[in-house]
Design a protein around this ligand. Structure first.
Ligand code: FES
Length: 106
């Protein structure tokens, strides 16, 4: 599967990732700017906030209550497409995804 991260300036980086990896973990491991993952993926910090391109949204699991609350605390504006990257796991259903990283999330 591939994950493409888009920086606020439009630069894109595409990674090949293993099934079972989260979008946060893949970003942190590969040094993608703007995804911090301070809480280690517990849906408790919102430093992994991303905007998922709408065409991929339906392949994702529902937003849990924890994720929902944390998204309200994110630094950048919450949009309909907002998700926590640590709550999105690459699996057989999700073979490709493109996300935008909010500006100012460093
Ligand atoms: Fe902390 Fe995702 S890593 S909320």
């Amino acid at each position: 599967p591939t994950v493409t991260y888009t920086q606020p300036n439009g630069t894109q980086q595409t990674l090949q990732v293993q099934e079972g990896t989260t979008l946060m973990r893949a970003a942190v491991t590969n040094g993608i700017d703007g995804i911090i993952g301070e809480c280690g993926g517990q849906a408790m910090c919102a430093t992994c906030h991303v905007y998922v391109r709408p065409e991929y949204a339906q392949a994702l699991p529902e937003i849990s209550d924890d994720e929902d609350e944390m998204l309200d605390c994110a630094t950048a504006e919450r949009l309909d497409t907002s998700r926590l990257a640590c709550q999105i796991k690459i699996d057989a259903e999700l073979t490709e995804i493109v996300v935008d990283i909010p500006a100012g999330q460093l």
